[in-house]
Design a binder for this molecule. Sequence first.
Ligand code: ADP
Ligand code: MG
Length: 226
Amino acid sequence: MSLIKLANVSLGYNKPILKGVNMEIEPGDFICIVGPNGSGKSTLIKSILGLIKPLKGKIIFENIAPNFIGYMPQETKVDANFPASVSEIVLSGALNKKGFLSFYDKSDVLSMEKSLSLLGITSLKDKCFNQLSGGQRQKVLLARSLVSTNKMLILDEPSNNLDSKSKKELYEILKDLNENHGITVLMVTHDLDHGNLLGNKILSLREDDIFFGPTTEFIRRIHNDK
Ligand code: ADP
Ligand code: MG
């Protein structure tokens, strides 16, 4: 049983950036996407989320609906002059699965509180987002993406601009969500070689050399190349 399947998919804008991508995301997977800048990591993620239409092939949703995936984009713009509180920002993640022009209900408030507590940041609830440290902000944005799902998270370089301590904390949280809360994770990262290696599978994007498979096999290949 898979959640999402990519069958010989070509992705890009006017012309393809990635050709012949085959990938199967299964429940419980923690998949890291790696590759040089401009290799198409964000394009792939946005295509899975339905924000970009594949040029060829199909992205098949088998056991999950697209609007039940939590998404943490590469950059989230929060207006520096707009004094949004942490709880407001996290709550706004609930609009994801509801659509435009809807209102929050009691269950949204409960998921907001649950998601803050899962990440250990309940104490930040009434703080102003713009006064938080970088590490705290990333946790809040993660909590926000968690509000719209209990199944799957897609994260685009969530550890960007974090110091090594905050990075480690963020990865610990993701590992916990994956191992103990049944959340499937698909994450773009540059940190594979910083002792932070995690995830059971890897999608590595390089021009004409796309690898998808178990992390252990990927490492074996790297060692054989040297
Ligand atoms: P990565 O996330 O791996 O750094 P991206 O998926 O962001 O790479 O970009 C892959 C390629 O697609 C780059 O050459 C980039 O310039 C191009 N690209 C990204 N967004 C667009 C867009 N909206 N329109 C056209 N080309 C784009
Ligand atoms: Mg990117």
